[in-house]
Design a protein around this ligand. Structure first.
Ligand code: SF4
Ligand code: SF4
Ligand code: SF4
Length: 506
């Protein structure tokens, strides 16, 4: 079987495994092992949590150190959609040209954005404390798109249109934030495509390279492919008619003949102002898409923006109009641009704040008793830097209602840290401890609550209730007296409290 067919099969089976995992997790409630995602870096360094995603991240980094970006060639689920899209386009005799542009600095921006999440976790939870829990999917590792509409949009734009306009593996080369990290480790990989025979310079390898690398010239210069974009797909090796290439161990190329290589291409297809159009469109559309559709959709927005930028460039090229000409002589273009920018700015300023919109959206899911969706939305708002305490309070409530008491406690503690004198928050935290069965901690919080607000009868009632639960009627009475108007009502309550249990025993 041809190496590309083998690879496509492996990538397809990988997606099947992911589908099985999703079914196990969401339908069959088997939640022992969570998401496998490179976002695990945030769990690991942000809060010290070694979950399945963090372990996956470590494994991928180790593989990359030894074998280069083998994971990108053979192990990434999104690689399948990109390769599949290219296959379909080829079937229709469309062979997209691989466009090289410095607009790939967008992926560095996204990487930086992801890494700042680590810092945000430090601000919220303090310095990371190492702990292991493979089933714990912290926000960054659970926030993947599940809506069929979003997934379809991803496949249409980040795979098909993107590849049609920018060439093979456009998502990997322009958007994926993990590419720069993996490329960094790729530098030290001893296992790479190497020259093992005589090269006739036919360039078949270069023409077939999935990532648009100048394979023949790298082989001639270094005796190996040193471009950190190489995903070890082995297509060049299979395509070489002379058996010149092999995937072999060898001396560490970086230490001997070169410096660390980055992903930014030295040569690109376009002049600087076309590059600027691409970068501007990619970033601006990504920014607004994130605002309107949520954090993960940033990648979708970047694809939209870059495609839009490419269309502008193609239009300019087809009409042979230089940007200079447009800006100098075409006032209409300037007026339209100005009106568009003003409209965008006006929409932005007059809009309801984004976090308020998310809060309302989350509350709607709470009303519909869809706690997971509500939690995901509240988390999204907080991940995006919202400091709205109402959102965190709703998140704590959602976790409590769902029965995830540990996370609810964490959120209430953060809230109390910000508002130590808020009696209601102590009362709420006490209730979570009570539900969890930690009666002593619950009483402690209720007592703090009554010290802060002596009129908060709910907290007195809650303490009384816990003493009743413990069978300690005498201690419960002083607290219950604060709740009930008269002794009769209180005694009736106590009687009712024990009655069902007596009936059961009887
Ligand atoms: S660059 Fe990103 S999307 Fe592409 S294969 Fe690697 S991890 Fe997957
Ligand atoms: S396909 Fe083989 S022979 Fe041709 S340039 Fe590449 S390595 Fe050399
Ligand atoms: S150089 Fe060869 S192995 Fe590397 S990406 Fe290109 S075709 Fe794949």
């Amino acid at each position: 079987m041809h190496v590309n067919k083998k690879r496509l099969l492996v990538l397809f089976l990988l997606n099947i495994l992911i589908a099985i995992h999703i079914i196990l997790w969401y339908r069959l409630n088997y939640q022992k092992v969570g998401t496998f995602s490179l976002n695990g870096i945030v769990s690991l360094f942000g809060i010290g949590l070694l979950n399945s995603a963090a372990a996956f991240f470590i494994l991928v980094v180790l593989i990359t150190i030894f074998s280069g970006r083998l994971f990108c060639g053979w192990g990434c689920h999104f690689a399948f959609f990109q390769e599949f899209a290219l296959k379909i386009l080829n079937k229709f005799r469309i062979n997209p040209q691989i466009i090289h542009s410095k607009a790939n600095i967008i992926q560095y921006v996204f990487l930086l954005k992801t890494l700042t999440a680590v810092y945000e976790f430090w601000l919220i939870y303090g310095l990371p404390q190492f702990h292991v829990s493979f089933g714990d999917t912290q926000v960054m590792t659970v926030d993947l798109p599940r809506s069929p509409i979003i997934i379809t949009l991803f496949i249409l734009f980040d795979a098909f249109l993107f590849i049609y306009l920018l060439g093979s593996r456009a998502f990997c080369r322009y958007v994926c934030p993990w590419a720069p990290i993996l490329a960094l480790f790729d530098n030290i990989s001893p296992l790479r495509i190497r020259k093992i025979g005589e090269c006739k310079g036919c360039m078949t390898c270069t023409r077939n390279c999935t990532m648009g690398i100048q394979v023949h010239s790298e082989i001639a210069q270094y005796g190996a492919v040193v471009d950190t974009n190489c995903i070890r797909c082995l297509t060049c090796k299979g395509a070489c008619p002379n058996g010149t290439l092999g995937y072999k161990w060898g001396s560490n190329v970086i230490s001997i003949i070169r410096k660390i290589k980055w992903l930014i291409p030295k040569k690109s297809n376009y002049c600087w102002y076309y590059e600027l159009i691409l970068i501007f469109c990619g970033l601006i559309v990504a920014y607004f898409t994130q605002m309107w559709l949520g954090s993960f959709q940033t990648f979708l927005g970047a694809a939209w923006g870059l495609c839009f930028g490419m269309l502008i460039i193609r239009l300019l090229e087809s009409k042979s109009i230089s940007l200079k000409e447009i800006t100098l002589y075409r006032e209409k273009f300037l007026i339209v641009s100005l009106v568009t920018l003003c409209t965008l700015a006006w929409c932005w300023i007059t809009n309801t704040p984004h976090d308020t919109r998310l809060l309302l959206r989350g509350n709607r899911f709470m009303d519909l008793i869809e706690y997971d969706k509500a939690i995901s939305i509240y988390n999204q708002a907080l991940n995006e830097g919202s400091s709205n305490n109402e959102i965190r309070a709703m998140l704590a409530l959602a976790y409590k209602t769902k029965g995830d008491y540990n996370r609810s406690i964490t959120e209430y503690k953060i809230l109390i840290n910000n508002n130590p004198d808020n009696a209601a928050l102590h009362n709420n935290l006490g209730t979570v401890y009570y539900r969890k069965g930690d009666y002593d901690l619950a009483i402690e919080e209720y007592k703090k609550s009554t010290q802060l607000d002596t009129h908060l009868t709910a907290a007195y009632g809650n303490i009384g209730l816990i003493f009743l639960e413990k069978g300690n009627i005498e201690e419960s009475i002083p607290y219950l007296r604060k709740v009930f108007q008269n002794e009769d009502e209180m005694l009736k309550y106590i009687f009712e409290f024990y009655k069902p249990k007596q009936d059961l025993k009887g």
